[in-house]
Every structure is written in structure tokens, then in C-alpha cells.
Design a protein around this ligand. Structure first.
Ligand code: TXA
Ligand code: MG
Length: 368
């Protein structure tokens, strides 16, 4: 796709973003342009969420399929309430506990929300991010900001401005560089449109936290851990009951994929180390990258056939650290031009569920 424009690039202080830079970016939003900005999860690519032509530019810049709706970002709960047809008690409870923060709520939409944002769905996704730069930008713009992750469609989400640049430089108007993001995986998405809450995408606010807050079981959309949603009509019982109540178009698209082929490695940690060692031995003709936990890294470093590239994700005792480094590690492997990326798996609990969801999808379920 062709380069279209010079992208303006600004560094901003995370805690105290310079008002003149925020105002310049807000002017671009109000004028119908596109601005990449940091949130606590990943970088977003924003445009005026009430302006269909501006929102179109997001789809074009990312090469995003039109059927995949966008999240509207707000800087207050009042602004969120103005975009929905109903604000149920569950939304109020969760908002009080977790917002601003990495939780997106799906609620019935208000008529003011354009079709292009929701891809024609009767619901809208709302997110109130906990990042000073994101909040300052939304507030200064005076409109809700529609923003998907600021990557080319299908690529891993960007956790720093360099990732945004590498995907979107020349295709968007502005990049605000507020440093690396903290959570490193996209927000939790919870649908509150059916009889019961359904988790469509695990993230920084965990399923366990939501269940405790609401005092009910939270259903997992069937595609969360299979990584293999069923594209055939989800409305007509193709999937589980949960699928029928809460379609999540994003689950139907190829995602998070680096150039190299990703393979997940299962079993207890010692077994994973042994499998990776065997794989390195028996595939010496390939350039292999390994995403390892700290605990196992030494065994690859010292192996007779070391990997072409080794990325240490963090300690098994610290899953949030693993989450925060995951997307960057996939991109680094591509920079080292490996053919295969072997990734150690971790238990799918807490934030580990979010890591395993992204990994299953990046690997398209390939596992050894
Ligand atoms: O952390 C995040 O959520 C980041 C930052 C930038 O805020 N944003 C993000 O957006 O991850 P995106 O577009 O990459 O993912 C949004 C997901 C998509 O899978 C989309 O299908 C789903 O949200 N979605 C949006 N509106 C929806 C709706 N009305 N019903 C169901 N799913 C919806
Ligand atoms: Mg995305």
C-alpha cells in the first residue's frame, strides 16, 4: 500500500504531557485526521468516533476488514453513558472498581454512534483508559475517540511508538510517543448485552476479578482459547450459547501474527525445555527463535545447538511481566529474521489467560 503523508512525531511525557502538543494532536482529531497515542494496554490509532469519514481513515491506514468494529475511548463515565442506550447495574459496579483501566464494556449503542464504528452491530464497545496521555487527548478533542490497536491489521499490537512507526509511518497524521505501555496486551472485553456477562477477550482486568465483583460466573467466548472461531453464521447455533448472545467480530480475523511461524510448547516447564532442546537439535537447517521464561532460559543459552535468537519473557512467578513483553518479543524475532518461533506456554489463569489467548491465535493453534 502506498505511503500517503508525512507523519508528525512528538515525544510526550507520560505523567505531564505538554499541553501544546496535546492541543496540536486534538486539532488533528477534530479536523478528521488520525493520531496514534499510548494507552496503558497498547498504542491506539485514534480518530473522531462521531465522524464516519474520519473513522474510515483508520480502516484504510490499518488495512482493517470493515466488518471488525472499533472501541470508542472516553475520558469520563458521563461521556460513556451518553453513548449507550442502557447502562446496567453491572456496568456501574465494574466501572466503580476498574475504570479508568484495561476493561472494555460492550453495551447497547445510542443512535449517535455511527454504523462504521460498530460495523452495524446494535452494541458499542466503550473503554475509559488509565493513561494520562490518552485521557488528555480525549479531553482536549472533546469527542469520543475510536481507536483500534495502532498496528497493520493482523500484526502484533504495538507496545511502543517504534512498533507504530514501523507499521504506520506515512499512513497516519500524528504519532504521540509516551514510552512503552504497561500492560502490554489489549484490554479485557466484556459483553453486557445478553442475560449473562460474556468474556470476549481476556486482558488486564482478569476473569477472576470480574466474577468476584459481579458475584456471577463469567462465560468465556468459545474462541478465547481455541483460537479457532467458527466463521459460519454464529447467530444460528454454530457455536455455543455464548457465541449466539455475543458475537465478537474481532475473533474471526487472523491476528497477532509475526512473519515467522509461531509454535507453542506445552507440558510442565521441564518438559517444555526438553522439547525445545530436541527441536533445536532436529531442525538445524532452520533459524529458530525462542520465547522463554527466565527459569528455562539458561538451558537454551547453554545448549549445544543454541537458538538463532532468544527472548526472555520474564519469570513464571510474574505473569504480568510475561504479558508486557509478549508482543515486543514476537516483533524482535521478526527483526532477527527467524523462520520459526517456539514459545513456552504458561497456565491460563489470571493475566495468563490473556497471554495464552494471544499465543493460541498467533500460533493458529500449532503446538508441540
Ligand atoms: O486495549 C485495547 O482495547 C486497545 C487500545 C488501543 O484501547 N484497543 C484495541 O482495539 O485492542 P482493537 O480494535 O484492536 O480490538 C477491539 C476488539 C475487536 O476484536 C472488535 O471486534 C471488538 O473489540 N469489538 C468492538 N466493538 C464490538 C462490539 N460492539 N461487539 C463485539 N466486539 C466488539
Ligand atoms: Mg487490534
Amino acid at each position: 500500500m502506498k505511503q500517503v503523508k508525512a507523519t508528525r512525531y512528538y515525544r510526550v511525557d507520560r505523567e505531564h504531557p505538554a499541553p501544546d502538543v496535546i492541543e496540536a494532536a486534538a486539532r488533528v482529531i477534530r479536523g478528521g485526521g488520525t493520531v496514534a497515542f499510548p494507552t496503558e494496554t497498547v498504542y491506539g490509532l485514534g480518530a473522531n468516533g462521531l465522524d464516519p469519514e474520519a473513522v474510515e481513515k483508520i480502516f484504510r491506514a490499518k488495512g482493517r476488514p470493515r466488518g471488525n468494529p472499533l472501541i470508542l475511548h472516553v475520558s469520563s463515565l458521563d461521556q460513556a453513558r451518553g453513548l449507550v442506550a442502557a447502562w446496567p447495574p453491572e456496568a456501574e459496579t465494574l466501572a466503580r472498581l476498574f475504570l479508568p483501566g484495561p476493561l472494555t464494556l460492550i453495551l447497547p449503542r445510542a443512535p449517535v454512534v455511527p454504523d462504521v464504528v460498530t460495523a452495524g452491530l446494535p452494541s458499542v464497545a466503550l473503554r475509559y483508559p488509565a493513561h494520562p496521555v490518552a485521557l488528555a487527548l480525549i479531553e482536549a478533542s472533546g469527542v469520543p475517540i475510536a481507536a483500534p490497536s495502532a498496528n497493520l491489521s493482523g500484526h502484533p499490537s504495538p507496545t511502543c511508538a517504534a512498533h507504530v512507526r514501523s507499521d504506520l509511518d506515512g499512513r497516519i497524521d500524528v504519532i504521540l510517543d509516551g514510552g512503552p505501555t504497561e500492560v502490554g496486551l489489549e484490554s479485557t472485553i466484556l459483553s453486557l448485552t445478553g442475560d449473562r456477562p460474556v468474556l470476549l477477550r481476556p486482558g488486564g482486568v482478569t476473569r477472576e476479578q470480574i466474577e468476584k465483583a459481579l458475584g456471577v460466573e463469567v462465560k468465556l467466548h468459545e474462541a478465547v482459547l481455541t483460537g479457532r472461531p467458527r466463521p459460519e453464521n454464529p447467530e444460528k447455533g454454530a457455536g455455543s450459547e455464548a457465541t449466539a448472545v455475543a458475537p465478537c467480530p474481532g475473533l474471526f480475523f487472523k491476528h497477532y501474527a509475526p512473519r515467522a511461524r509461531v509454535i507453542m510448547v506445552t507440558g510442565d516447564p521441564d518438559r517444555q525445555a526438553a522439547k525445545i532442546g530436541d527441536y533445536l537439535n532436529s531442525h538445524q537447517d532452520l533459524r529458530i527463535g525462542v520465547l522463554a521464561t527466565e527459569e528455562n532460559a539458561v538451558s537454551y543459552r547453554e545448549s549445544t545447538i543454541p537458538p538463532a535468537h532468544l527472548e526472555i519473557l520474564g519469570s513464571r512467578r510474574n505473569p504480568p511481566e510475561i504479558a508486557s513483553r509478549f508482543f515486543g518479543a514476537l516483533r524482535n524475532c521478526d527483526d532477527h529474521e527467524v523462520d520459526i518461533i517456539l514459545v513456552e506456554t504458561i497456565p491460563a489463569a489470571g493475566i495468563g489467560l490473556a497471554v495464552m489467548n494471544r499465543l493460541c491465535r498467533a500460533a493458529e493453534n500449532r503446538a508441540i
